[in-house]
Every structure is written in C-alpha cells, then in structure tokens.
Design a protein around this ligand. Structure first.
Ligand SMILES: [Zn+2]
Length: 409
C-alpha cells in the first residue's frame, strides 16, 4: 500500500479496514468457453482516511472496464421496482413536480425508476454509461444519454436546462472520481432544486458484518458524517436524511445549494449525525476493528457448510448477485459446497460465477433436484425469496442466510 491517496481530501491512506484478499470483478460472469482461461483477480482492500473518515477502495480497476457492459439490470427484482415506484410517488408530491419540471437520474440503469416519471408526464433524462442497459431504457420510453456523469457533463447539461431534481441511487459509491462527480451536480441544479442520493449506510455495513457488499465496483462507503463533508466541499448542504431498508440498510440524503436557505437542516440529520458520533465514527478504531469481525464470520459460515456436507446434505445457492461473489471468493466456497446457483436474470443463466465457477441455472432447477439447503446470496431480499420458494418446504428444504451471522431458517 504505497502512494494511494484519499479520493476526497488527498491525504495518504494508512489505515486498513479490511483485506478480503484477491477477487475477480464481481459482475464478470463467465461463459463456458472462458472456464479454462486465466481470469484476472484484483486486490480487495478497504482503507479509511484518517483525516476525513471516508472509507474507500483504491481504483484497482478502471471504471470504464467495469461499467461498459454491465450484467445488473435493475428491473429483475420486484422489490426493487416497488421501491422505485414508491420513491417517485413520494418525491413528486414532496417537491410538487409537474409537466414543467425536469428530473435527471445519474446512472439510470435500464430505466427501472424513470419509467414512473414518464408515466406521470414529468420530463426526465437518464445518464447511463453501460450501452446495453441504456438500450433497454430507451425501449421503455426513457430518454437516456450514454455517458459517465462528471463536472463537464453537469455543466454542459445545465447550460441547456437545469434540473428541479437530480437523483442517484447506488451510484455515489461507484464513481472512481468522487470529486468531479459531485462537482457536476451544482452546475445542473436549479437554485432551489433538490438532489437525492441513496447509498448503503456504512454504519450498517460495519455493525452487521455486510463485508460482501464490498466489491471493486464500490469505490467508497459513506457515513452521514463523511457525506456531509463531501457535499459541503462542493457548495451543497445535506438538509434531510431518511434511513431505508435497501441493500441491507441505506441512507437517502437530500441536498440543496448551500446558498438556498429556504430549507433548514432537519432534526433527522442532527439526530443521525449524533448517533454516528456516539458510535465512534470520528475515531479510527471503529473502522480498523472490522477485519477481525469479518474473519470470524467467514469461520462461522464455513463451519455451518462443512457440518451440513459431513451429514451428506445437498446445498444449492439462490441468486447470483455481486455481493455473492465477494462472499464466495473470500470464503473459498465453490462446487465443493454449492452444487450450483440459480438466478431469474436470463443474462446470467448458463454462465458461471467469477472466480468460483459455480454454474448458474434457471430457478426451476431447484424444483428438479430438491436440495436440503438453499443458500441465499442476496440476503437483503431474503423475505421475498423465502416467500417465492415457500413450496420447497414440502420436501423439507431449509434456507441458509449468511449475513449478519450465518443462520438456518
Ligand atoms: Zn480523506
């Protein structure tokens, strides 16, 4: 670890949060003919800046290599679609959006969210770097600009039309150049406009052992404290915050121009900031003690799987999410434990998980082989998945949920 600097404040990074070893890119699903080839693995080491407390990964891989053909189509999760629809209803009412407003989504994926603005007749634009997913957005009637958002892009768009609302869900963590990304927002935002950004909450990640949400695509991990500092650094103020269930616990922050004092900073911001301070988020040891917690979680997961295999049980996976790949690679779980996994996304079916080479099938395969255990990789959707697979109880199947601590349900 030499010469890497904090991507917000530029201080040298010296304190490690966790070392998850070497891992392939978690969205690089393999075709059969790739299985006999060399596969690139990159370090998965997380650091914390001792000056601004931003938790971050180095840019071991260029973002362009990761996001130009992305396998993650948001529309394959019904819970996620519902979340998007509820958000659109809530924010349209809260901000009084209408046919004369303008909404921009940063990293709009396949138009899973903006489609609800289109239905309401609220003009909107998506910005999405992955051409393959942008194409499905256009097919849904969502106008999409295939590009990365940065300061120059924000300025160029803002010269034509400024936005009443800029939103970004699960993108802030994924931009390698955090400063130029955030710096683009004020150029595009109307003087009284609102920015809402959702990101996984670092406090939940550390408290609940969510180490599998760490992957090369996620360059940064935010607390409210670190997010406030970054937005302030670019002339914006976080004036409200909500805690959400998504991705194991996320924050939705509301930001405005610092000069727009029409909306004061809410009690919710003050209360959460105090909670983070009380939990030690301005002390290094809060971050550096995470590694031992992660190692112990790995030991417990393996203990459970080894004991099931010794009893001759058949275990399969459910889901092929990015987080599953971090978990399986870090724990060294291959077909020696999981016969296969399944996923509803047809793009992934017939392919193999990166690194572990576990095959991915259509969910119907579970009914054919009737396994004893179903290991739920996207544990954040465990309720939805267990409800969908309720019929597997008829042959006595049980579910394994690995995080926060491995549990059999
Ligand atoms: Zn820093």
């Amino acid at each position: 670890m030499q010469g890497f600097k904090c991507r917000f404040c530029g201080s040298a990074l010296k304190n490690r949060v966790v070392d998850l070893g070497m891992s392939p890119l978690c969205e690089s699903y393999l075709k059969e003919e790739q299985l006999d080839r060399m596969e690139p693995f990159y370090p998965l080491h997380v650091w914390v800046c001792q000056h601004c407390f931003l938790v971050q990964l180095n840019e071991y891989v260029k973002a362009e290599e990761i996001f130009t053909e992305y396998a993650y189509f948001s529309s394959f999760s019904s819970a996620w679609l519902k979340h998007a629809e509820d958000y659109v209803a809530m924010i349209s009412e809260r901000l009084g959006l209408s046919s004369t407003s303008f909404v921009v989504e940063l990293a709009s994926n396949d138009g899973y969210l903006l489609q609800y603005f289109v239905k309401k007749g609220i003009p909107c634009l998506g910005i999405e770097p992955a051409a393959n997913v942008a194409k499905s957005a256009e097919a849904r009637g969502v106008r999409t600009d295939v590009s990365f958002f940065d300061e120059a892009k924000g300025r160029a768009l803002g010269e034509t039309q400024k936005a009443d609302l800029i939103l970004g869900n699960n993108v802030l963590a994924q931009v390698p150049d955090l400063n130029t990304f955030v710096a683009g927002m004020p150029h595009l935002l109307k003087p009284t406009g609102t920015v809402t950004i959702e990101f996984p909450h670092l406090m939940r990640l550390l408290d609940e052992n969510q180490f599998d949400t760490i992957y090369h695509e996620h360059f940064c991990y935010f607390s409210l404290i670190s997010a406030e500092r970054i937005f302030a650094g670019h002339g914006m103020t976080i004036f409200d915050v909500e805690e959400l269930w998504t991705h194991g616990g996320s924050l939705r922050i509301y930001a405005r121009h610092a000069a727009d004092e029409s909306r004061p900073v809410s009690d919710r911001v003050l209360a959460l900031r105090e909670r983070e301070e009380a939990a030690g988020y301005r002390k290094l040891e809060t971050y550096t003690r995470f590694e031992e917690q992660v190692r112990e979680t790995k030991r417990k997961i393996l203990e459970l799987l080894i004991s099931a295999k010794r009893q001759g049980k058949r275990i399969v996976g459910y889901g092929a999410p990015g987080k599953g790949n971090t978990l399986l690679n870090y724990c060294g779980i291959r077909e020696d434990f999981l016969d296969f996994t399944v996923d509803k996304n047809p793009y992934k079916q017939g392919r193999y998980l990166p690194g572990t080479h576990i095959p991915i099938f259509d969910p119907a395969r579970i009914d054919e082989v009737k396994p004893d255990y179903i290991f739920i990789l996207p544990w954040n959707f465990k309720d939805e998945i267990m409800a969908q697979l309720a019929h597997t109880r008829s042959w006595g199947a049980k579910f394994i949920v690995p995080i926060p601590a491995p549990t059999v349900l």
